[in-house]
Design a protein around this ligand. Structure first.
Ligand code: FNR
Length: 342
């Protein structure tokens, strides 16, 4: 990996550096095994449809990168994986290309490599409708992700310190953009109050992106040169907790799970807690940087593994997974108790 002061390069390098330290929140979730599935593996349908977007499998490559020469190459690898496996893919925040058109190619490569795939563009919640339209056009994107990342900005040495108007920005984007909008966290999770605020302004797709995977407080803390904000590395809700919070509050929106999801069992657990789709970031980064061909092979195995687990659970479709019997233990159970989530 190159030595560089560029923040985009550092985010990728540091997500790799901290990859082994991630602790999944799904260890607190167990399935009750019942002995009669009463279905065949061939009966499983892995496809899901959200707001007119059709996914052949219930997982995709979630937002990560672009904005420098090296991350453009990383995006190219991710886009090859997406094309060869039929996965949807989000780019990282396209704001770097709005500031410096020279950086556009590091994002556009995703569409160039995969002209027919599902591609999502991404910007932070400080941006308004005009910029959202620009980046959707730039990538001919099928959907737009708006990321909500106050804790990351606070810990980031050069981050934003002004957070007024984010909900207004999101509302104008939801009302004015003609592609589906996904409001997403970046690994700090969501509360039912946040989810209600998003639903109230018309958001239909919510990625609760919780703790348990990439930790941007840790990444930005590492980048700080003055003083460290160690206590904020624990900030936020886990992915399992955020899904349970959403299950308790959601009315009409659909939930996407992300944050520390790495394997089919975790995907199935997230779907059983009410998610409709799983976004994986650091896991795909790890795989893409190692070996693209191996990543393609592994993803094909995951599709089989998903069908096997779903069969054991008697679930023919992704939405059937919500009817499975799940035991919640440990800190996740304590949280549900404290927040009266049944
Ligand atoms: C991210 N993530 C992210 N999210 C976003 O909405 N816009 C962005 O630009 C980025 N950039 C970014 C860079 C890198 C290197 C990583 C690993 C992640 C956050 C990502 O989409 C996701 O919400 C979290 O990483 C949690 O998922 P994982 O990594 O635990 O699977």
């Amino acid at each position: 990996m190159p030595k560089s002061n560029n923040r985009k390069n550092e985010h990728v390098s540091l997500s790799e550096k901290f990859y082994d330290g991630q602790v999944s929140s799904f260890k607190d979730i167990s399935f009750v095994h019942h002995s009669f599935p009463e279905m065949d593996v061939a009966d499983v349908d892995l496809s899901v449809s959200l707001e007119g977007l059709d996914f052949s499998v219930p997982f995709f490559i979630n937002a990560m990168t672009g904005g420098s020469e090296w991350t453009g190459k990383v995006n190219e690898k991710l886009a090859i994986i997406a094309r060869e496996t039929g996965l949807a893919m989000a780019t990282g925040s396209v704001s770097a290309a709005l500031k410096d058109p020279e950086q556009e190619k590091s994002f556009k490569i995703v569409r160039k490599v995969n002209p027919d795939g599902l591609v999502f563009a991404n910007l932070g919640a400080g941006h308004g409708l005009e910029n959202a339209k620009k980046v959707v056009d730039m990538l001919d994107a099928d959907a737009f992700q708006i990321h909500i990342n106050a804790p990351q900005e606070i810990v980031m040495p050069e981050g934003d310190r002004e957070f007024k108007g984010w909900l207004d920005n999101i509302e104008s984007i939801v009302n004015g953009l003609d592609v589906p909008v996904i409001a997403k966290e970046v690994g700090f999770g969501m509360s039912r109050e946040t989810i209600r605020s998003l639903e109230a302004i018309g958001v239909k797709l919510i990625d609760i992106s919780g703790q348990g995977g990439t930790n941007f407080a840790q990444i930005e803390n590492f980048r700080r040169k003055d003083f460290k904000l160690d206590d904020l590395e624990e900030w936020g809700q886990t992915t399992a907790v955020s899904l349970l919070e959403s299950g308790d509050s959601i009315v009409s929106a659909q939930v996407i799970a992300s944050g520390g999801i790495r394997r089919p069992m975790e995907m199935v657990k997230a779907l059983s807690l009410g998610a409709s789709l799983n976004g994986l970031s650091s896991q795909f980064m790890h795989m893409a940087l190692k070996d693209v061909d191996q990543a393609i092979e592994t993803i094909s195995q995951w599709k089989t593994e998903l069908a096997h687990i779903m069969t054991l659970l008697g679930a023919k479709t992704v939405s059937d997974l919500r009817k499975t019997d799940v035991i919640i233990s440990g800190k996740t159970a304590e949280w549900c108790n404290a927040r009266n989530i049944s």
